[in-house]
Write a protein that binds this ligand. Sequence first.
Ligand code: SF4
Length: 482
Amino acid sequence: MRPREKCGVFGAYRTEGDVFPVLYWGMLAQNHRGHHSHGFATCSGGIEAYTRLGLIPAERAPGGEGPRVLPGRVGVANVRYATSGSSGEESLRCDAMPIQVQGASRGVAISFNGNIVNVRELQERVGADAGSSDTHALAQIILQTLEAGGGLKDAARACMEGIDGSYSIVGVTDDGTLFAFKDPVGVKPLCYGSGGGVHAFSSESVGLDINGLEHVRELIPGELMTVDDSGVTEEQVVPWRRQAFCAFEFAYFARPDSRFNGKYVYQARMDFGRALARSFKDSVNRCDVCIGIPETANDAAYGFHEESGLPWDRATRRHRFVTQRAFISKADERADIIRRKVNLLGDRVQGRYLAVVDDSIVRGDTTRGTVGRFRDAGAKEVHLFITFPRIVGPCFYGIDMATYGELIGAHMSPEEIAEHVGADSVNYLGVDEYVRETGMPRGKLCLGCVTGEYPTPLANRLSRGMRERLRRGDSEKGRIYE
Ligand code: SF4
């Protein structure tokens, strides 16, 4: 099963004219970050919001099923995958974002990307329903601070000082102020751009590009930015000691045309492919063709081809209109989804020695299905080259890989994984090589799931506790932060 990101966020402020078209295109450009639900909230005298299940609809969908246009010059939007709270339809509807909360004197709507590790503690603190998502608790913290007479800086500080986890948040208050802040280690992406009387915050730079906005910069960990009729303000709410940007964004989550730390994601992926070809010459020498698993590994496969000199054959094609909307949990259903999504050109594979480039191996079932199809099509040998290093631990920051038991890399060596998935070899890019090709210093990346060292204290404690329970032979209880 492919890992799921939890959410993409977008928020915009317009000095003149309705903001909704900016929100719509900015969010549509990031629909890859969440398929379960989408939603919009704007402020025009008061906050108006709606959410729906599924993908953002086409602007002019047949049958009048297109987006409902909201009034106002300022607003936020969200796309979501459910990795916190339940994935039943009722919960998906309840937890769809933006989350709007209204108190006696103030109101706010927020769009959130991340995961709160100490969510139970937080829910108790603000009196939020224990069955709801972490976003409800966050919205309550912000609302309660504003109702008590505090400002947005106080609200952001209340979040930053009481929460362990990752979060990039954009929100709108009932007085028409747009705000955005990042957790003090900056795990999730969030950038700021402007142009033509528009100021916007977006998970990825593609949300700015599609609106013709200039990408100004990534928000600093622990920073709050606000936009209202008096202009843009930037405030460091809490000091930050280190940044821990999710390293997996480069290999898998982000669109190739997004930029992080000044480097296009597609360029990083090409460099991962080149580094793989340099690192595993023995395996490369056994192959006569290079194939990428679309879409995320295509750029890496091209870099691999350039570096290795192996011909690159696009023998796998992704069905453009097959999208995964349901929350799928059974292994046999997952295999069906993969088969439908990626088609194989059998005669390009038959009798050949394949170098197959892919972005990651999480649980191993997807990979085993893919290798099986290459074998069925007559491949002589299948060597896997994986751009993201071996995943050896869970993610506590909003990526849907939450237990050691489900991660094949946590309990098998690359050789054992190769045997399990039916490949002739599995070649993972090393952590040092991966870090180098992102263009970011190691000290500014989160590498928790590939090194076992997490950037926040509670995540480290949870990880130690989980490993200790496994050593004692106790079974895991699913996502222990829920
Ligand atoms: S643990 Fe892994 S997936 Fe999770 S934020 Fe860190 S690098 Fe990203």
